[in-house]
Design a protein around this ligand. Structure first.
Ligand code: GLU
Length: 441
């Protein structure tokens, strides 16, 4: 059975980069009728915050990415201790006492000599007496996993055949000097215990994967299928890392982006398949194919979300937005007609406020000098009582009286009445206008 997981650390809000990971794992599980686990990677008690756990859940719920169960790493510390004991018993785990400054110095020396900055395993040569002495002098050491120095190979679901020389990677620290279990160990134990079959994550984890594959095998388990998606960049290929703070899911929600717009974009961006607006999660699941994704960095432009959201709104019925329209202050008797007129002319839902303000208060007329006489002649011909036929009747009367036609007739009237050059169909809009300031022009 397929089992996948999304494993955020609750140290901040999730953003578009995390969403890519969450979505791919979700879609794989759902496509194969499997299980999708929300795993909270909270082994760091200082940085992990309960408010972020709640926020992550809210954001996933808003998106419709439902999980089958939640697992928390902080509940599983015993399991990590067991695995650590196993590694110790099989001689794959050793204590090391270098200070961060010493490690830094070693790295600099290696780099100066043109060597990769890999931990030199000096701690392996320590006798029991050495260790006892160091422990007294410096306190407990860190615990490192001893990698087998061989090539680690796997076929990546996105990157294809990969081969990493374990000798080029430092033996990973799995337990800190203060006893805190690090993600690398916790994740291996969880993936093994929970029968995770597929792991999709960002390509910044490729080296982790190499070490984790050895660690999983050392526990006598089978490694899941790994796939690493490329990292997102801005539209010009620039690093997105600094801007991710403003690209949190809750920020996009606050800006009125529709969940299906976001999901539809993220399910296709960086793949050879075109971005298409999907109307449901089921459609997304059906159209998802991990093998279509490439290794090149993926350009993300948040502006692409606007036309997609506009499309979602065009297909949204009144019942779904009733409360939002009421909140904008639109009276009940006008609300349905208001939505019918406005929904094709907004790209995010919050724009209903601007449209209602325009209808309620009227707009300052926009009149070009060459149209001033024309508008002065046309406005008195607009009937007091306006209905769905008024625009047609008014414009044909104005046409007869002034000889203007086509764009030269319609555009100045639109601009005078709405103060804008674009907007909804005038015949439908006119009856909704509570005030027409141009009447007094
Ligand atoms: N907590 C890790 C992260 O957010 C999870 C990585 C993984 O998927 O294994 O980077």
């Amino acid at each position: 059975m397929t089992v996948t997981r999304f494993a955020p650390s609750p140290t901040g809000y999730i953003h578009v980069g995390n969403l890519r990971t969450a979505l791919f794992n979700f879609l794989i599980a759902r496509k194969q009728g499997g299980t999708f686990i929300l795993r909270i990677d909270d082994t760091d008690p200082e940085r992990s915050k309960e408010e972020y756990v709640d926020a992550i859940k809210q954001d996933l719920e808003w998106l419709g990415l439902t999980w089958d169960r939640v697992e928390r790493q902080s509940d599983r510390l015993d399991r990590y201790a067991d695995a650590a004991d196993k590694y110790r018993d099989m001689g794959r785990f050793y204590e090391a006492f270098e200070t961060p400054t010493e490690l830094d110095l070693k790295r600099k020396k290696q780099l100066n000599m043109g060597k990769p900055p890999v931990y030199d395993r000096a701690a392996l040569a320590l006798s029991d007496d050495d260790k006892a002495r160091l422990r007294t002098e410096r306190g407990d050491g860190v615990w490192r996993f001893k990698l087998d120095q061989e090539r680690i190979e796997w076929t990546d679901g996105i990157l294809g055949d990969l081969s990493i020389d374990a000798a080029s990677v430092s033996d990973p620290v799995l337990i800190r000097a203060d006893g805190q279990v690090l993600y690398t160990l916790a994740s291996v134990v969880d993936d093994t215990d929970m029968g995770v079959t597929h792991v999709v994550r960002g390509s910044d984890h490729v080296t982790n994967t190499a070490t984790q594959i050895q660690m999983i095998h050392a526990l006598g388990a089978t490694a899941p299928a790994f796939a690493h998606h490329s990292l997102l960049t801005g539209p010009q290929g620039e690093a997105l890392s600094k801007r991710l703070g403003t690209l949190s899911i809750r920020d996009l929600r606050a800006r009125g982006i529709a969940p299906m717009a976001l999901l539809s974009l993220m399910a296709r961006l960086g793949s050879s398949q075109p971005v298409e607006l999907r109307s449901s999660i089921d459609e997304l699941i059906e159209g998802f194919d991990l093998s279509q994704f490439g290794s090149a960095p993926t350009k993300f432009d948040e502006n692409d979300l606007l036309p997609l959201t506009a499309h979602v709104l065009q297909g949204t019925d009144y019942a779904s937005v009733k409360d939002r329209i009421a909140a904008a202050g639109v009276p009940d008797d006008l609300a349905q007609a208001f939505w019918a007129v406005v929904r094709d002319n907004i790209s995010v839902l919050d724009e209903v406020d601007g449209w209602w303000a325009l209808m309620r208060d009227g707009a300052d007329p926009l009149v070009d000098d060459e149209d001033a006489d024309f508008i002065r002649a046309a406005m008195p011909m607009l009937p007091e009582e306006v209905d769905g036929d008024t625009w047609g009747q008014w414009t044909s009367a104005v046409k007869d009286a002034t000889g203007r036609k086509g764009k030269g007739l319609f555009m100045p009237l639109r601009k005078a009445v709405t103060g804008r050059t674009n907007g909804p169909d005038m015949a439908a809009l006119l009856p909704l206008l509570q005030v027409i300031k141009a009447r007094t022009y």
